[in-house]
Design a protein around this ligand. Structure first.
Ligand code: FAD
Length: 309
């Protein structure tokens, strides 16, 4: 970014990076606090993939992720926030402020990172179709209730897959762990797993495919396994990079560390939603956003020259 670019950057109160539930909810709060707020979004919210969410508070009959995002965008716009469908490419500190550059640039007194996470999925062309069809599911907390008593498999490195499969015991007794880290037999697994009745098979992850209402996978011995739903347990990549580059800290899994006000250790830099939170829930994203936006507003009101910690 050139000095000339800095001078051209439009002055705002708060930049929000990310237009998923966390960023959009924060935009609504800050707009209603009468702040000059601009939200940049690259358009890849995980919520876009939700066929129907049934645990989002306030929607007893459920709603689709795209419908939820449309409602949140409308609400943010009505509150006076500006939404730009642009990816931020760079954020730098300039004194107590931040300068962010994408196709357009802004100079902001505060920044909220709501950049989410990107799931690691089996490398197959039909992954998105399987998610939309419900044969591949990503979030047992969200939709384990929808697979009660069904044939469910969890696919991933043994340790992570066993953790997720144990959670799924609440919903079904027909559970298989599809281990992707080498051959593995039931005998190899610990007593509690055996007692819980969780089968363990080694599989070829990229052999996964939909077949009608089922998911099919080739086991390492060559046989085929069929399931009503497969949950990958293959981890994710967090959107923490801007935070790290600016001096914020991360935990071992790559989530940004924030305090009870959603502040990172960098004055004026906040984070909310999946990028700070392994539980990855819409309701949590909303809560984080409300806390962050209120603290940003209060800090901006208290200080004319930047953020105190
Ligand atoms: C299949 C599926 C089903 C789910 N079901 C449920 C459910 O039923 N209930 C529930 O509570 N949760 C559910 N979730 C989880 C839920 O979608 C997430 O918890 C929620 O979307 C997190 O919101 P967020 O705003 O933190 O991140 P996201 O919604 O992921 O939004 C992050 C945004 O930041 C943008 N971004 C990243 N980098 C940049 C950049 N450099 N510049 C500009 N923008 C950027 C991304 O493009 C994206 O739009 C589900 C998730 C999936 C994938």
């Amino acid at each position: 970014m050139t000095d000339q670019g800095h001078h051209r950057a439009e002055q705002i109160d708060c930049l929000i990076v990310g237009g998923g539930p966390a960023g959009l909810a924060a935009a609504t709060y800050l707009g209603r606090f009468r702040r000059r707020v601009v939200l940049f979004d690259a358009g890849e919210s995980r919520a876009k993939l939700i066929p129907i969410t049934r645990n989002c508070p306030g929607f007893p009959n459920g709603l689709s992720g795209p419908d939820l995002l449309n409602r949140l965008r409308q609400q943010a716009l009505l509150s006076g926030a500006e939404l730009r469908d642009e990816a931020v490419q760079d954020i730098k500190r300039d004194g107590s402020e931040f300068i962010a550059a994408g196709p357009t640039s802004v100079r902001a007194r505060a920044v909220l990172l709501a950049t989410g996470v990107v799931d690691t999925l089996p490398d197959i062309p039909l992954a998105t179709d399987m998610i939309r069809g419900g044969t591949m599911r990503l979030c047992p907390i969200c939709d384990g209730y929808e697979v009660i008593d069904k044939r469910v498999a969890v696919m991933g490195p043994l340790k992570e897959a066993v953790k997720k499969a144990s959670f799924m015991r609440t919903y079904t007794r027909d559970l298989t762990v599809l281990a992707t880290d080498g051959a593995c037999r039931m005998d190899d697994c610990s007593g509690p797993l055996r007692e819980a009745g969780i089968r363990v098979e080694a599989c070829i992850p990229n052999s996964l495919r939909p077949l009608g209402e089922h998911a099919i996978v080739v086991l390492s011995g060559g046989a085929t396994g069929a399931f009503d739903a497969i949950y990958p347990a293959m981890g994710c990549r967090t959107g923490a990079k801007f935070g790290i580059d600016l001096g914020a800290t991360c935990d071992d899994l790559g989530y940004l560390i924030v305090d009870a006000h959603q502040r990172t250790v960098v004055p004026g830099l906040y984070a909310a939603g999946d990028v700070v939170n392994e539980i990855n829930q819409i309701a949590v994203a909303f809560g984080d956003a409300a806390i962050a936006a209120t603290d940003i507003h209060n800090q901006l009101a208290d200080t004319n020259h930047g953020f105190r910690h």
